[in-house]
Design a protein around this ligand. Sequence first.
Ligand code: UT7
Length: 323
Amino acid sequence: MIRAVPIGIGHYLPDRVVENAEFEKTLDTSDDWIRDRSGIERRHFAADGETTSQMAIAAARAALDMAGLAANDIDAIVVATSTPDLTFPSCATMVQAGLGMERGFAFDVQAVCAGFVFALANANALIISGQARRVMVIGAETFSRIMDWTDRGTCVLFGDGAGALLLEAQDGTGQSGDRGILSTDLNSDGRYRDLLYVDGGVSSSQTTGVLRMEGREVFRHAVEKLAETAHRALDQAGVAADDVDWIVPHQANLRIITRTAQKMGVGMDRVVVTVQDHGNTSAASIPLALSVGVGRGQIKPGDLLVCEAIGGGLAWGAVVIRW
Ligand code: UT7
């Protein structure tokens, strides 16, 4: 049986770091409130003119370096983003050109904060069906470009960045001890559109729009749905929550991360947490956390990981990977 196995990981964060206290100058908010309600302490914002594709290219280069491969050694690029440079072409084809890749194919996936999980499921399907041998899966966002800077309920929560994971087809036994993606569980329910959306777009207003969120309601759905999707993915992989070495969750809110881990019966010593330093980077948050987790020495080859995320749509899902 073919498995999609991680062989490289990398990330990029823009230079500009914005501490919570900076928002106190322009908004009725405080460092204490932001830390207490979200766990966020700081986030990175892209420089003027710095784009999603540029950050994605930097993250992908780091993943290629780790794997010791060149751009033309990969067959496909999948970029998860809701903040592409342009309406079209896709961010992924811009990354393809930026890396100097002259073969294969590239496309974007848009499932907002769950985007990286959806992109991983797509990449896994390409690999196990034999359509691609090596796929670069990237989450990259510039959410700072779609903030309403007068809305304290949203603009203090998000950040910019990119993470990239390179997957390669390798033979496995079909058992849960195999390295690679062991299962995926994808879900969406479009009836919840109004809980989290951007109030502009090409065919409706011909504007970019800004993010709107019913934070409390999204929180409620997250707490309910994330442990469920993670459990389904673990069942499908034939492993138990006790077997999990690391939960690598979407980094939106430390309280959501903690409650999901509690519901799964996994201690916080087995959860990779980066939300304090990155804020919510939407589709970039899981690959950023994977890369930071590897860099910290938390995630090691052979570890069993479960990644879970929820966001606009609503769309949510989980992936079980043996690193
Ligand atoms: O990544 C996609 C998925 N997104 C998420 O997972 C986000 C989910 N939601 C959340 O993380 C949380 O709901 C928030 C962090 C957004 C908000 O936390 P909360 O505990 O749910 O607060 P709340 O929205 O219920 O607001 C509580 C109070 C309100 O004041 P009143 O109505 O009680 O007087 C807000 O107006 O806090 C107020 N508030 C703030 N106060 C200071 C909201 N934002 C701020 C702020 N500073 N930045």
